[in-house]
Design a protein around this ligand. Structure first.
Ligand code: NDP
Length: 318
């Protein structure tokens, strides 16, 4: 079978392309800069790439740019979307590529009669951010949808970009009768294949760089190999539908630091919280739907280990 992966050079997508090639798929991979060795070399070196990987140039903001990559594919995995923090201009750096980019890709999908299903890489960012307070007994599940106004009020621009993109995707799919499924992972960690440091892996790297404090933040975490696997299962299983939250565990940064301390006692790890407010509350995320894709999560401890080993190997941390 032939499938398209958008934004193939990224952290999540590279792991997805690797697994697709291992499973015998032919992959049409879109990248922004096919001539930039740093963006493509790790993909071209993957097992099976020589025979079954083809690169296409496409920018999210260029109308119809994905037509060639998508035409003739049975399935499309749309992962391309900027995951950035601290942007100067949220509208152009995050919201436009996420929202217009998603509609651009879905537009190409609806033109290609070969496409049976589109798997969209959304995020827990599009699920959990509502005025409903989070607390240890609260169980977030796929029925939740983040509230754009609440995101704007809090200036959570990345969260807003993912929420608007997913909302627009469902509307488009319904109007055009396109079969889409969304994967909604929490913070993704695990082995990096690409030579650059992506935002979620950076959050682990930051803890290992001698900082005195850790963020006062509670987040869900999941291994990139489980995320890649869930994408493929969501394409392959005919009855898969709707959204799938992917979260192995929800922990405060203080707990992440404790796990790191146990695994890597020689690192100088942060000792205190970045502010003196109460710790942000923990919450639960339902694992029920993900189970129906056959996902059995890699433990957080194992995921942290794989991330740190990868960060060391690539010299992002000493
Ligand atoms: P990366 O930064 O590693 O990858 C982002 C990808 O998007 C890159 O390939 C990038 O291309 C591409 N991209 C960005 N802007 C454009 C554009 N204008 N045109 C074409 N391509 C563009 O991040 P991740 O792998 O972490 O993220 C991949 C997806 O997973 C995103 O949709 C993200 O929202 C989602 N996600 C990630 C989570 C995480 O914790 N990592 C959690 C939940 C969801 P280039 O290489 O050229 O910059």
């Amino acid at each position: 079978k032939t499938v398209c992966v958008t934004g193939a050079s990224g952290f999540v997508a590279s792991n997805l392309v690797k697994l697709l090639l291992q499973q015998g798929y032919s992959v049409k991979a879109s990248v922004r800069s096919p001539n930039n060795v740093a963006k493509t070399e790790h993909l071209l070196k993957l097992e099976g790439a020589k025979e079954r990987l083809e690169l296409f140039k496409a920018d999210l903001l260029e109308d119809g740019a994905f037509d060639a990559a998508i035409d003739g594919c049975d399935g499309v995995f749309h992962t391309a979307s900027p995951f950035l923090t601290g942007v100067a201009d949220p509208q152009t750096e995050l919201i436009e590529p996420a929202l217009k980019g998603t509609l651009n890709v879905l537009g190409s999908c609806s033109k290609a009669s070969s496409v049976k299903r589109v798997v969209l890489t959304s995020s827990i960012a599009a699920v959990a951010f509502t005025p409903k307070p989070l607390a240890p007994e609260v169980v977030v599940d796929e029925t939740w949808f983040s509230d754009p106004d609440f995101c704007k009020q809090n200036k959570w621009w990345y969260v807003l970009s993912k929420t608007l993109a997913e909302e627009a995707a469902w509307k488009f799919a319904e109007e055009k009768g396109l079969d889409i499924v969304t994967i909604n992972p929490a913070m993704v960690i695990g082995p990096l294949l690409q030579p650059t440091l992506n935002t979620s892996a950076e959050s682990i790297a930051n803890l290992l760089k001698g900082s005195e404090t850790y963020p006062n933040s509670t987040l869900g975490w999941v291994n990139v190999k489980d995320v890649a696997n869930a994408h493929i299962k969501a394409f392959e299983i005919p009855s898969a539908s709707g959204r799938y939250c992917l979260v192995e565990s929800v922990v405060h940064y203080s707990e992440l630091v404790e796990i790191l301390r146990k695994l890597y006692p020689t690192y100088q790890l942060p000792e205190k919280c970045a502010d003196d407010k109460p710790f942000t509350p923990t919450f639960q995320v339902s694992k029920e739907k993900a189970k129906s894709l056959g996902i059995e999560y890699i433990s957080l401890e194992q995921s942290i280990k794989e991330t740190v080993e990868s960060l060391k190997e690539k010299n992002f941390v000493q």
